[in-house]
Design a protein around this ligand. Structure first.
Ligand code: CA
Length: 66
């Protein structure tokens, strides 16, 4: 997902603008829906979606972690 929406190649983060533009272009869904998805994905509320958010998601759902 990060590579799909990231327009600043190689920086490893997806900004709000990158995500909303990418989501609306790919899905034709509303900005309000894209906005809601971005805020759900930005778990640490630092205004970008990156590996830190994924790490938090994986930790919550990885039931067999040691
Ligand atoms: Ca974040």
């Amino acid at each position: 997902m990060l590579k799909t929406y990231n327009t600043r190649a190689g920086d490893g983060t997806v900004t709000y603008g990158e995500f909303v533009h990418g989501w609306m272009t790919l899905t034709s869904q509303t900005q309000a829906f894209a906005d809601a998805l971005f805020h759900m994905a930005d778990l640490n509320d630092d205004k970008v979606v990156d590996q830190k958010d994924y790490d938090m998601i994986y930790t919550k759902f990885d039931l067999n972690r040691m």
